[in-house]
Design a protein around this ligand. Structure first.
Ligand code: HEC
Ligand code: HEC
Length: 221
């Protein structure tokens, strides 16, 4: 493993808008301590089966949360995502086709074997639950209309639990979902699925549609 897997390369930082850089930097300071503790587990001698998967996943918990359930609004939960989706995204980050100042350096430390083991591991964990609290009925209704207009369930599954290379969306963080859609719309994230299917969908979405979709899906059990 390279000396410091969590430090973004300077070129990555240079491409980011100032606000994103500041945000990322703040998160780094928060996470550095946790990762320093978690990292040795990954560097440990090869093991077999579940124990090996757990050891590899220890470094991920610093950002993606214990049990793959993220506690950070703009970091996705991984638990219960489809195996194929998870593996694809790790490979996309590793190749540079998908970029993020926090995630890209981590992905570069993953072998093909790591990708497979981690994909299987997180896919088998219990998915997140929607946040407690009263729902906004008008935003929920607007969300339903967006789901119908763009046929989101046709790829993401009737319960938005994800299918194959299409992500699980149900109970994912609202802020992260909105960011992901915005990234597809702007072209910052191209996606690999079905020849970049998501870019085509998101390109046509308006700001209020993205807001409603993120709200609806994050509250979908
Ligand atoms: C330093 C923080 C950090 C660590 C540690 C980290 N990640 Fe990430 N990861 C992120 C962020 C941030 C994103 C979302 C990037 C974006 O907004 O596009 C992400 C996204 C992902 C995604 C895409 C999920 C989706 O729903 O699109 C996968 C898969 C992933 N990480 C796997 C892992 C694995 C496996 C590990 C451990 C080996 C790991 N990550 C460690 C920060 C981290
Ligand atoms: C034609 C198939 C298809 C349709 C329709 C579709 N998606 Fe997707 N979506 C995908 C695939 C495949 C991915 C995985 C990203 C990639 O391509 O790398 C994805 C990824 C996403 C992500 C990123 C999730 C993550 O964890 O990173 C979000 C959010 C999303 N879709 C929301 C939606 C919404 C909302 C709709 C409807 C407005 C929709 N999708 C319609 C195929 C589709």
């Amino acid at each position: 493993m390279p000396a410091c897997p969590i430090r973004p390369r300077r070129t990555d930082g240079a491409k980011l808008p100032e606000r994103a850089r500041v945000k990322a930097a703040r998160l780094f300071i928060l996470l550095a301590a946790t990762i320093a503790v978690a990292a040795p587990a990954v560097a440990a001698a090869p093991q077999v089966g579940d124990a090996a998967a757990k050891a590899k996943a220890a470094v991920c918990a610093a950002c993606h949360g214990a049990g793959g359930l993220s506690q950070v609004p703009n970091i996705p939960s991984l638990a219960g995502e489809p195996d194929q989706f998870l593996e694809w995204q790790m490979v996309l980050f590793r190749s540079g086709a998908r970029e993020d100042p926090l995630m890209s350096p981590i992905a570069q430390t993953l072998s093909d074997d790591d990708v497979q083991v981690l994909g299987r591991y997180f896919a088998a964990l219990k998915p997140p639950k929607p946040p407690a609290g009263k729902l906004d009925p008008s935003l929920m209704a607007a969300g339903v209309s967006v789901m119908q207009k763009y046929n989101c369930a046709s790829c993401h599954g009737d319960n938005f639990a994800g299918e194959g290379e299409a992500a699980r969306l149900a109970s994912q963080h609202e802020e992260y979902l909105a960011k992901a859609l915005q990234d597809f719309k702007s072209g910052a994230r191209r996606g690999a699925g079905a020849a970049g299917a998501m870019s085509g969908v998101a390109f046509g979405m308006t700001g209020p549609e993205i807001k409603a979709a993120a709200y609806y899906l994050s509250h979908h059990p």
